[in-house]
Structure formats: structure tokens, C-alpha cells
Design a protein around this ligand. Structure first.
Ligand SMILES: [Zn+2]
Length: 287
């Protein structure tokens, strides 16, 4: 998890003052974990530039009530919820990088490995190719390790921890952006600061430390993404009194929070009521 966090910081140029050093370290760390370093760096950067925008955010874009399909009623039942959570924890990361599931809607198929993917601009395409080559080399290396040590060894020492890490990362990120109190905006109302403040810090108990406090410092991370994780607690402490009620925190135990958010945050719908706010959307689950 620490290696992942450092790779993420390299992508934000938060690891060192030297962009080339950041990209080199980040590339090796993430590629070694079978993550597409440059591809995700760019999509993640766009997530930071468009947080909580229903039209332009890159990941965990909630569905509008109007775009729900016939499976929605089934997925909105307790077994459906359990199914969604299980998929999120196990395949969530793969579904996102391979098929852009829950990502921004593009005119054509988008994924993190295709240099021609609509996620990327022309200047980024070469680095997507570089990412693919790095992943192929890693795969070949893993094949060689499997031949030397045995496949079971590789699964236990490498793939099992990887599955756990990606499971955690997806849950952590999803919970940072999914809560009844977090609004989403369409293009008429969205602006960067509103989006950055539409994030919430969580409390994972003892795991906060194990997860390098990415869990309870996400609001600060969205405001200033060049702060490295080892200063994020200090930064969070400093921004809390400035943000006041705009700082969002929920200490509900994580398993309970996962079930609650899967229940309550099924889709978003436009703000209602007498003084309804145009362009502002809230989570709901009443189909
Ligand atoms: Zn980030």
C-alpha cells in the first residue's frame, strides 16, 4: 500500500521537485504492481480537475435517476446491494481500468491501455504505449518468477496482496466521493472548488495508519494534491478551522458505511423543493 501511495504521489508530482524523477519512480512502482502508471496518472489528474462534475469527472460518476435501466430495481434490493459491493471490492479496479465502468461517458469505448482511448490527448498517447510496454515486461517477469518459484508461490506472495490492495483502494476512493451529504453538479453549477469540497474524510480506525492516512486526509488531498501523504494529517488539521462546515468527515465504522452508502447513494437526482438549486444533484435511492 505504501508503494502504491508513493506511486500516486509521483503522478501528482508530489514526491520530488523533479518531474522526470517522479515519473521514473512512479512508473516502476505502479508498473511493478500491474497498474498502468501514465494512463492512470492522466485519468486521475482529470478526476482531480473535475471532481463531482456529473459531466466531466473521470471516476465514480453516479448515475442520474433518468438514466437508470431495467436492472436498477434488482440492484437496489439488499441482495443487489451485496452483489454490487462484492464486485466493487474484487473486480472494481479491473472493471474501471479495462472497461471504464463507473467512469466518464465517452462517445466511444474507453480504457486505460489503448493509446487511442478518448480519455487521452494527443500529447499523452506515446506514454500510454510506454505504460503498455512496461506492463508486458512485468508480465513476462512474473511468468519467469512463476517458472522459478511455482505458480502457487506467486499467487500467495504477489497476487493475493495485490487483490487486497486494489480492493482497499477502490473502497477508500468510493467512500471518499459517496455520501448523502456530498452534492454533485452539472456543468451549469460546477466549479473546481465546489467539486474539491464535495469529498469526505473517513475513519478506518487502526487501519488509518496501515493505509498511510489516505483515508482521513482526502479533503486536503483534493485541495492541494502536491502535499505528500506524510504531511497530509498536518495539512488536514490546518484546513479544518478554515473550512469550518465545508470540511466533511464521517466516522461511521467502514463496513457499516459501505452498506449504508450502497443503500442510500444509488443514483443522483436534481435538488428539489421550493428554493431548489438548479444544477445541484443529491444522492437518493427512491426509484
Ligand atoms: Zn490523487
Amino acid at each position: 500500500m505504501g508503494l502504491w501511495v508513493i506511486g500516486h504521489e509521483c503522478g501528482h508530482q508530489a514526491f520530488s521537485d523533479y518531474p522526470r524523477l517522479n515519473d521514473t519512480i512512479g512508473f516502476f512502482l505502479h508498473t511493478g504492481m500491474l497498474a498502468p502508471y501514465f494512463s492512470w496518472k492522466y485519468s486521475h489528474r482529470r478526476h482531480h480537475s473535475n471532481t463531482a462534475s456529473l459531466d466531466n469527472d473521470e471516476s465514480f460518476v453516479p448515475k442520474r435517476k433518468s438514466s437508470l435501466n431495467s436492472s436498477a430495481r434488482i440492484l437496489n434490493t439488499p441482495p443487489g446491494r451485496l452483489f454490487r459491493l462484492m464486485i466493487l471490492c474484487t473486480l472494481g479496479w479491473l472493471l474501471y481500468i479495462c472497461f471504464n465502468v463507473s467512469g466518464r461517458k465517452y462517445e466511444k469505448f474507453a480504457n486505460h491501455f489503448d493509446p487511442k482511448s478518448p480519455i487521452y490527448g494527443d500529447r499523452e498517447r506515446f506514454q500510454i504505449l510506454l505504460t503498455d510496454i512496461g506492463l508486458l515486461v512485468t508480465r513476462y517477469g512474473l511468468y519467469k518468477v512463476a517458472l522459478a518459484q511455482g505458480f502457487t508461490w506467486l499467487v500467495l506472495i504477489y497476487f493475493c496482496p495485490l487483490v487486497i490492495i486494489y480492493g482497499f483502494l477502490v473502497v477508500i476512493t468510493w467512500l471518499h466521493h459517496t455520501h448523502r451529504s456530498l452534492p454533485h453538479y452539472d456543468s451549469s453549477e460546477w466549479d473546481w472548488l465546489r467539486g474539491a469540497l464535495s469529498t469526505i474524510d473517513r475513519d478506518y480506525g487502526i487501519l488509518n495508519m496501515v493505509l498511510h492516512h489516505i483515508t482521513n486526509t482526502h479533503v486536503a488531498h483534493h485541495l492541494v494534491f502536491t502535499i505528500p501523504h506524510y504531511h497530509a494529517m498536518e495539512a488536514t488539521k490546518a484546513i479544518k478551522p478554515i473550512l469550518g462546515e465545508y470540511y466533511q468527515f464521517d466516522d461511521t465504522p467502514i463496513i457499516k458505511a459501505m452498506w449504508r452508502e450502497a443503500t442510500e447513494c444509488f443514483f443522483v437526482e436534481a435538488d428539489k423543493g421550493e428554493d431548489s438549486l438548479k444544477g445541484v444533484y443529491w444522492f437518493n435511492n427512491k426509484i
